[in-house]
Design a binder for this molecule. Structure first.
Ligand code: GLN
Length: 338
């Protein structure tokens, strides 16, 4: 009899513990995440508005109706709906992971001193952002700062620096990523504005490598082909303190993740970042290929893909989807939860 009672007590305790976890984490149970993800997909599938980027000709040719959502939890579950296997240009989302590499190699303070970390509040390809900032500091997530950050990756040759980028991207994604060659060619043929920005930084002593080499590596990194799933796992690694939650491989030091995420919080959606943060309260990063990632530290990451963009260069449908999901999953970092 006593034995039975003890067993019962153990069962009740287990149920209570599970129930407790369900109370807070119930919102983040696999079942609820799936429900919210599917509801968002149904809600926004028919959303129109925006247009594919066309200043890089390849991007204009991508099917604008593609739409995928993937969640990667910090404990390694990957949940997906829609066109999640389609490979598209990572574009500016690459800036986050080149920054992570440069930070890992040079240290967080060196990034602040040599590149800058404040918000520019300006379009991603702004020349004025460089001109107006004292010391010509720029955020690593706009084109100027991203090219400077790429130039700041240490290495004895451009090939060695590219190998470092390629290796760390493979670790973040859990697979070696392909460069979409027609996209790379398309970007290289049309990147005169970026080259001008890089030379401007160089003229101010704020560029740290051969300009052509670094701009080429930047352009190539923007041309990586990623699926929505890849982006979710890459962002999930930042949600999980720098360890890829699927492969369990350590990619960057945990202490660097909040620094990377802080730059996303300030500049992840360019001149629309304030509005993004106002509505979501978590760091996000967009790319003109139509992807956006969002990171809820310690919990999960979400990646959404839909090519049509607003004027700032952010996917219209991805922003709506993320705002919907982040609020229903109660991920806003600024919300006390009371
Ligand atoms: N490769 C693009 C560029 O340099 C990336 C811009 C973006 O995604 N916002 O213009």
């Amino acid at each position: 009899m006593k034995k039975n009672n003890t067993a019962l007590l153990v069962i009740i305790c287990l149920l209570l513990a599970g129930g407790g976890a369900y109370g807070q984490k119930g919102t983040l149970s696999e079942k609820n995440i799936r429900l919210v993800m599917q509801a968002a997909y149904n809600e926004f599938k028919g959303t129109s508005g925006g247009a594919n980027a066309d200043y890089i000709p390849y991007l204009a040719s991508v099917n604008p109706n593609l739409y995928g959502i993937v969640v990667c939890t910090a404990d390694g579950k990957v949940l997906e709906v829609g066109d999640t296997k389609f490979e598209f240009g990572i574009e500016s989302i690459s800036k986050v992971f080149v920054l992570a590499l440069a930070m890992q190699e040079r240290g967080a303070q060196a990034i602040q001193d040599s590149i800058g970390v404040n918000a520019t509040g300006m379009p991603f390809n702004s020349v004025m952002a460089v001109e107006l900032e004292p010391q010509r500091a720029v955020n690593p997530l706009v084109n100027a700062g991203a090219m400077a950050t790429n130039s700041f990756v240490p290495g004895s040759s451009s090939a060695e620096k590219w190998t470092k980028i390629d290796n760390i991207f493979a670790k973040f994604a859990g697979r070696r990523l392909p460069v979409i060659q027609p996209l790379y060619a398309s970007e290289t043929a049309t990147n005169q504005h970026n080259r001008a920005i890089a030379w401007l930084l160089y003229s101010y002593g704020r560029f740290y490598d051969n300009v052509d080499d670094a701009v080429d590596r930047y352009t190539k990194a923007c041309s990586y082909g990623t699926t929505t799933r890849d982006l979710a796992v890459m962002a999930g690694t930042l949600a999980n303190g720098g360890m890829n939650p699927v492969t369990r491989e350590k990619v960057i030091n945990a202490a660097l993740c909040p620094k990377v995420l802080a730059t996303m919080m300030m500049e992840g959606l360019y001149d629309n970042t304030g509005s993004w943060l106002y509505h979501t309260g978590i760091p996000g990063k967009s790319g003109v290929g139509g992807g956006i990632i969002a990171v809820a530290p310690g919990k999960l990451a979400i990646a959404v893909f839909s090519p049509p963009l607003d004027k700032a260069g952010n996917s219209v449908k991805a922003q709506k989807t993320l705002e919907y999901m982040i609020n229903r999953l109660k991920l806003n970092l600024l919300d006390s939860g009371r």
